[in-house]
Each structure stands twice: as structure tokens, then as C-alpha cells.
Write a protein that binds this ligand. Sequence first.
Ligand code: CDP
Ligand code: MG
Length: 666
Amino acid sequence: GSEEYGGCSECLFVLYVIEQNNFLPIFPYREDLLAAIHEHQILVIEGETGSGKTTQIPQYLLEDGYTKGGMKIGCTQPRRVAAMSVAARVAQEMSVKLGNEVGYSIRFEDCTSERTVLKYMTDGMLLREFLTEPDLASYSVIIIDEAHERTLHTDILFGLIKDIARFRSDLKVLVASATLDTERFSCFFDDAPVFRIPGRRFPVDIFYTKAPEADYLEACVVSVLQIHVTQPPGDILVFLTGQEEIEACCELLQERCRRLGSKIAELLVLPIYANLPSDMQAKIFNPTPPGARKVVVATNIAETSLTIDGIIYVIDPGFCKQKSYNARTGMESLIVTPCSRASANQRAGRAGRVAAGKCFRLYTAWAFKHEMEETTVPEIQRTNLGNVVLLLKSLGINDLIHFDFMDPPPHETLVLALEQLYALGALNHLGELTKLGRRMAELPVDPMLSKMILASEQYKCSEEVLTIAAMLSVNNSIFYRPKDKVVHADNARMNFVVPGGDHLVGLDIYHASCLSLCGFSTQWCYENFIQFRSMRRARDVRDQLEGLMDRIEVEVVSSQGDNVSIRKVTGYFYHTSRLSKGGYKTVKHQQTVYVHPNSSLFEEQPRWLIYHELVFTTKEFMRQVIEIESSWLLEVAPHYYKSKELEDSSSKKMPRKQGKTKEELG
Ligand code: CDP
Ligand code: MG
């Protein structure tokens, strides 16, 4: 109950906040840690989230002389948001301008300079640095941070860095992790010692629901308001699975608070997820004004990679969005699944950083015990490896079967990645990198997209294809469809119906928004129900890609309105499907798939399609589709298609049999 807080809980809370600001658990261990780093080449560092690993260790190293002679200290983060916000925080602590001594580098955004010696970056960016500097010679220390997240890129870094550490005896390697799995890291790095930073956790009371919740979003909203009106001061952290849910939850909360008006104290509702623009992200760190309460609605980004001060209450519905991959069909699914017990415990721990806290689990104690997995499966075992295989091949690592993986990926996934790269022409029949493959690896995008960009050279439409590639990389977040204006939004969307398919629609939107008076004006986007942020990001991505065209020697030329060339190149030929009874069948795997209801071709059902991706949500959907003629496939990919595969079984269009309406499928 709330009694335990008694009368003076408020002042207790204030006291802890003050203590927290000038005391981090890592402070007393500065000297011991530096000594351990001095003594060992590879060190695993374990410490509770918020103990100061990410922000302090690089500063300690800097003070200890590790950046002498312009050497850099690199610190990887699995998430873009964390890389940016942590760099900003450290720059502030050191009173330097972000981008000078302290900087960050994330895909499509480089905020570093000649002077940068503390460099925070995503794990994917460090991976790409191996291409230009295979021994990472400019670094004196590499910190692989948030190692417990076991992202695909982090896992690959483990193998590569372990390898270079053998001949770069001057390189220090620190593997930093929350209190999870550290023995495994130590074991992988030839029994590297583990340095433990003792945590300073306050007790967290955990509450379960008596029965499963039917609607966890609603349950979250109700719980937040209940805490707000019945519990002593302290901020609330809610874990949801993605942007849409988070936005819906925030809207509901704001609406209910408006209705309650002055009957309740002020409740600041703040979302946080990866695609949120950074100025909005920064808001979650602002101190809560006296008398008000803050509720942060987050993805599992707030589980370990971000620390928000003042959280006393955690609401955990027990779900996360997880990618899984079917290597037989190449289908990716992003499915909301129960999170692991390890995650649930991390989440609960967020409530006990500044004072005793409470965690409200919106599931039963039985579900926690019996329905949740112990730990999360590493990403490498549930994702498409095309990108990473291409990168490893370009680093000269040919034998992937014997690569030093901490947990090897499934054999079929590796094989499919090799097959895909062969089909795209990046590998020859011996599995060796081709010249084309080498050029493809220069582009920081999916192999399908890089192939498309390179192929646009021959079809003289690189200008358009660059735009399409940029739009595809922000895909699925272009249109804004608020619940209260669905009809308006759908009408606005009709303005951008271009025959041929979604890629061309994207191109049209990009052009239209450029032509609109001030180029990407918020006003124009607002009126057309287009997400301004996505457009701005697409433009950034496009600029970056265009900047790389020199390096891969592709001239930027326009197709002058020749849509056929564009269609031959875009949505590259690798993913094809043909209309068949009740839906579509993929050409290579004969799998039944459907056009996504958000596609511009949802109604049309053309005979042959190319899809950008296959995702399973409620059904097996093709997303971002484009209409093609089967004869083109023989022209652009004669090594991959036989004319027999492409024979049309009937000449007339099949009746539409998708059954459900757009609304039902959402
Ligand atoms: O890496 P670890 O989880 O051990 O801790 P950290 O990220 O270095 O955070 C140490 C402290 O810095 C946290 O308690 C936060 O209060 C603060 N911090 C912040 O205020 N803003 C950030 N963007 C990052 C950290
Ligand atoms: Mg950290």
C-alpha cells in the first residue's frame, strides 16, 4: 500500500535526488577501474544501469591520457538515440561543444570533427569503420557498451574486435554491460576479468494483476492515472512496444487529463522512441517542475540504454516488439511478444534508482513464471544477415561458417544471405566478393537498395532511384493518419496516387514536397497528412547517399520521366510475386502473400509485383510494391530467372479475393 511512504516521503525523495546528482556508483571505483584497465587488455565491466559506465568511463580514460597523440576513445551504443543523448550529456559535463572533443556518429549523421577524441557511435557505425580502417588504428580504446543487448552489430563487433586485439596489443577493449550475462562475455573473450561496480538499488515492490489484461494500453492509461491521484510524488515510466502505441497512449492520457482539468495535479506526458526528433527526446531529461508529475511513455529503449532521473513507478505490460526471421522464406516479422524475464526485471529496476519504488506488472505472477522466456534470443539468430555478410566479405572474411560468433546464426540464415548476395551479383559462384559487391558494400544501406542504386546507372535514372531508396529507408512512416481525421487523411493520400506502385508514389511525394514553396515546409506536410519528420529524414538520407555516388562512380542523372526504366531498377528483382488464387505467390518460394492494405496497389492487384519487404503482421504482407512485367525479369536478371518460372498461367486478371477491408486490417 501507499502507507509506507508516510508523511515525509516527499522530503526523502528530494534528498535522494540531490544525492544522485553528485554521486554515481562508479565514482569510488575510478582508480581501481583505471588500474584494472591498465593491467588487462580486455576487461568486462558490469554495473547496474545508471551507475555511470557510459558517461564516466570515457572521461576517466581521457583524463588518464588515453587520447594522447590524438588517439580516440570509441564507445558503441546499440541505439541511435542513446549515442546522441549520451554524447550531448558528456559534452555538457566537460563544458565543450558537442561535435568538438566529444561527438557522435550514427548512420546518416556525423557529428564529429578533427578534434573529436571521445566518439560515441552506434555499433553499426563502428562496424563500417572496419572498411576504411581494418585495425582501428586511430583508436586507443574501444568500449562495446550495452553488450547485454546482443544486437546483431554488437555480436559481429565481438568477433572482429577479439581478432584485432590479438595483434594490436596497445588496444584496450572494454565490454560494458548491465548486470546480465557477464560470465558469457568473459568466457568469449578468453576469460577476461570482470570488473563489477556494485549497484545502489533501492527496494522495488512488485505488483501483479490478478487476471490477464485484455487491453494493456487501456490498462496502462488507467494505472498511470491511478498512481497520479493516489501515490506520493515520483515520476512514472511506462513500457510500450512502439511508436504507434506510445502515441496512442499519450493521446489518451492527455485527453483524460484535460477532462479531469484542475481536479488533478499537472501530469506531463512525454513519449520516447527511436524515431522521435532529438529536441523532443531531450525533453524527457528535464526536471519535473514542483507539484507536477512526469510520465514517460517509452519503448524498451528506456530499459537500459537511457536513464531518466526521478522515476519511482514503473508500469510494465510485459510486451516488446521483436523481430523474427524465417530463413526459408525470407520473411521478417515484427511481432509484439511477451518480453523475457530478464527484461521484465530490468524494467522493474528502473523504479529503484533514486528511492524505493514500485513496479506494476500488468500480467499475472503465473504468466511471469510460465509464459516468459528467461532471456531474449540474440538478434543474430532472428534476423536477415544480407548486410552483415556483405560487410564481412568485404573485410576479406570468406569463411563465415568458422567466424568467431558468440552465438552462431542458424545455418539456413547464412545460406540464404549468401544466396541473396549471389542473386544480386555481389558474390560469384565461389562465394567471393565481386567488383559490384565491393561497390555495394560502400553504401550504408540494405544490399537490395545498394544494388538498385548501382543498377540505376545502366538505366539512366539514378536521380530518381536515389530518392526512392531514401524514401524506402524511412518507409511506412510517411503518411500521418490520426484517428480523428482518418477520412481527411485518406483523401489527402489520394492526391498521391501514381500508377505503377508505391515506389513511384514515394518519388512523387518527395518531388511535390520539394516544389512546395519553401521545400519541406511543415505547413505543406501538415495539409497533406505527410509526416514532416520522415520527409526531413528522407532528404538527409538522400543527401548522404548522393554524396557517396562519387565514391562508387555512379553519375547522377534523371530518367526524364521514363517510369519504365525506374520500375525496372527499383524494388529490385529479387523479391517477385505473381497473382494467384486468393492472393499472390512468391516466385522463388511459392509462398502465399498479400498486398499490404496501405499500398497504392491494394485495389489494383496487378499480375506481377516486386515487393520491398515481406512482413508478417496480421497476415503475410508485401510492403512497398511496384508493378512489373515478367519479361523484364529475364532482361535484368537472366542468371536468376528461367523463362519457365515466369510463364503466365492465365491471361486475365484474377478476381479480387483479399476479403477484408482496409479498416479491418488497419
Ligand atoms: O551507462 P550507465 O547506465 O551505467 O550510466 P550512464 O548512462 O553513464 O548514466 C549516469 C547518469 O548520468 C545517470 O544517472 C543519469 O542521471 C545521467 N544522464 C543524464 O542525465 N542524461 C543522459 N543523456 C545520460 C545520463
Ligand atoms: Mg550505459
